[in-house]
Every structure is written in structure tokens, then in C-alpha cells.
Design a protein around this ligand. Structure first.
Ligand SMILES: Nc1ncnc2c1ncn2[C@@H]1O[C@H](COP(=O)(O)OP(=O)(O)OP(=O)(O)O)[C@@H](O)[C@H]1O
Ligand SMILES: [Mg+2]
Length: 264
């Protein structure tokens, strides 16, 4: 594929004796939305963090990760959003300053211009009365608002790709929807490329163009979201979808623990 934006080839990652990813290769087009699914421990976060360049020092990495032929810079070209906004926001720093700091660092703007940009970003992620909230601290916002603020900070350096690791699973369903709507808007209007981890198959089917299924560190299936869910090829994907549908489970439940050895 020549026009892919992100190109991962033969990626292997291990932590000591634990192999987290085995020979993973995948591509993502510019402006595309890729969902990584798979059960707990299958390597989703490891893959997302490898792409972000954020794996811990002890991780052994082998293989290549290219972005349109070059290595992008975290914070400017790559934005990252985690499950728990409190983890990415500094509790003792005003939210406007946190965002302005990213803007000033990555875009080289003056502090005043960076504060103005911070207000614009808070407005962009739909924080009401954004300008008057610059001097508020994270604890003065609701959980959903905190995740919006974390998103504003992730977008502050004008990234072309956003990597989100279960960005909505700590939030209730209604708030989840607001956040994913917002992410969709950013992809549609801003040309953002999105790589997100989710354990929510319904979310992946609605909001991703492509789905990649990880099982014990291996990418067992990847393809267009609608096609993959309609006609899953790999037995693990099939079992995952069947279990998901038959259980009529709440959307926020984790993917079932399935053992491939038990599958037909
Ligand atoms: N920092 C680390 N040190 C050692 N082992 C790790 C580390 N991070 C992850 N692992 C191991 O690597 C494997 C993949 O973990 P990873 O966090 O990527 O899975 P995941 O699919 O994101 O799971 P979850 O759905 O629970 O978030 C697991 O066996 C995990 O225990
Ligand atoms: Mg994870």
C-alpha cells in the first residue's frame, strides 16, 4: 500500500519473558478510523502505545512503524488520549495553562496567544463558557468534561493522528456518545486519523472504518468494519461476535475471555 498514512510491519514487542505482540503488520489510511479489539491482555494497548512511541523502557521492540515515511513527534503530530482523563491532567494546574503549555511548546506561540488557543480548543471540545473556565482546575469538572479537556490537550499540538486507548470506557453511555461524536467530527472536519482501542464491538462497528482483532498478541483478522462483523473469517472473531450478540450484554462490559482451543 503506497498511500497509507500509518504502516506497521512485522512488529514484535515483549516485556521480559512476556510476548505482547507477535509479528503484527497493519496499515491505516489518512483520515481513517481504525478500532483495535480483543480481550484483556491481547496486546491492544501495547500496539497503540508502540505507534505513539510511548512504550515503557523495558519493552523490547522489533519491526518498523512508519508514518507517511517519517517518524512523527509526540504532542504535535501524534495526540494521545487515555481511558482515565485524571491520568493525563495535572490536578494542581489550571486547565487553561495545561493546554496552553502544549500549544506554546509545540506550536511556538507566545503565552498570550497560547491561552487564546487553549480557550478555542476548550470551546472546540464543547466545554461551556470555555473562556471563563481557563483558570479552573480539573476537579472542578465532571468526568466527561475532564475527558474533553484531555482531548483538547491531546489536540493542542495540531496532531494529524489521534491514538485513543479506551477513551470512553470510564464514562457512562450518554457521555460516551458525546465523546465519540466529537471524535467523529474531528475526523470528518479536521482530517484527523484515528486509531482507537475499544472492548465495545458495537462502538467499533458504528465508529470505525476498519477493525483489527488481536488475540494473544497476534493480529488474527483485519478488514472493513461492516464486512468483518458481517462475515468474520477467523474463529476467534466469530466467537467474539456471537458471544457479544447472544449475551445481550450492557455495552460497557468487557469482551469475553475466550480460549481459542475451545472453539469449533
Ligand atoms: N509494562 C508492562 N510490563 C510487563 N508486561 C506488560 C506490560 N504492559 C503489558 N504487559 C503484558 O503484555 C500483554 C499485553 O498487554 P496489553 O496491556 O497490551 O493488553 P490489552 O489488550 O491492552 O489489555 P486490556 O484490555 O486489559 O487493557 C499482557 O500479557 C500484559 O500483562
Ligand atoms: Mg489495554
Amino acid at each position: 500500500m503506497t498511500d497509507s498514512y500509518l504502516n506497521v510491519r512485522n512488529l514484535n514487542v515483549s516485556y521480559g519473558s512476556t510476548t505482547a505482540l507477535k509479528d503484527v503488520s497493519l496499515q491505516l489510511e489518512k483520515g481513517g478510523r481504525l478500532a483495535l479489539i480483543g480481550m484483556s491482555g491481547s496486546g491492544k494497548s501495547t500496539l497503540a502505545m508502540a505507534v505513539a512511541g510511548l512504550l515503557p523502557k523495558q519493552a523490547r521492540i522489533d519491526g518498523t512503524i512508519d508514518f507517511a515515511g517519517h517518524r512523527p513527534k509526540l504532542g504535535s503530530e501524534i495526540g494521545v488520549l487515555f481511558q482515565d482523563a485524571s491520568g493525563s491532567l495535572d490536578p494542581v494546574m489550571k486547565v487553561g495553562d495545561q493546554i496552553a503549555e502544549v500549544v506554546a511548546t509545540h506550536l511556538g506561540m507566545s503565552w498570550i496567544a497560547a491561552r487564546v488557543r487553549a480557550a478555542e480548543l476548550l470551546d472546540r471540545v464543547k466545554i461551556p463558557k470555555a473562556l471563563s473556565r481557563l483558570n479552573s482546575y480539573p476537579h472542578e469538572f465532571s468526568g466527561g468534561q475532564k475527558q474533553r479537556i484531555a482531548l483538547a490537550a491531546a489536540l493542542a499540538g495540531n496532531p494529524s493522528i489521534l491514538i485513543a486507548d479506551e477513551p470512553t470506557s470510564a464514562l457512562d453511555t450518554v457521555i460516551q456518545r458525546h465523546i465519540v461524536d466529537l471524535l467523529d467530527e474531528l475526523v470528518k472536519d479536521g482530517g484527523l486519523t484515528l486509531l482507537f482501542v475499544t472492548h465495545d464491538i458495537a462502538l467499533a462497528s458504528e465508529r470505525a472504518d476498519e477493525i483489527a482483532v488481536l488475540y494473544q498478541g497476534e493480529l488474527v483478522e483485519t478488514g472493513a468494519a461492516s464486512q468483518l462483523l458481517r462475515e468474520p473469517k477467523h474463529p476467534y472473531t466469530k466467537a467474539l461476535i456471537d458471544t457479544y450478540i447472544s449475551l445481550d450484554r450492557p455495552r460497557s462490559t468487557r469482551l469475553p475471555e475466550l480460549n481459542i482451543a475451545d472453539l469449533p
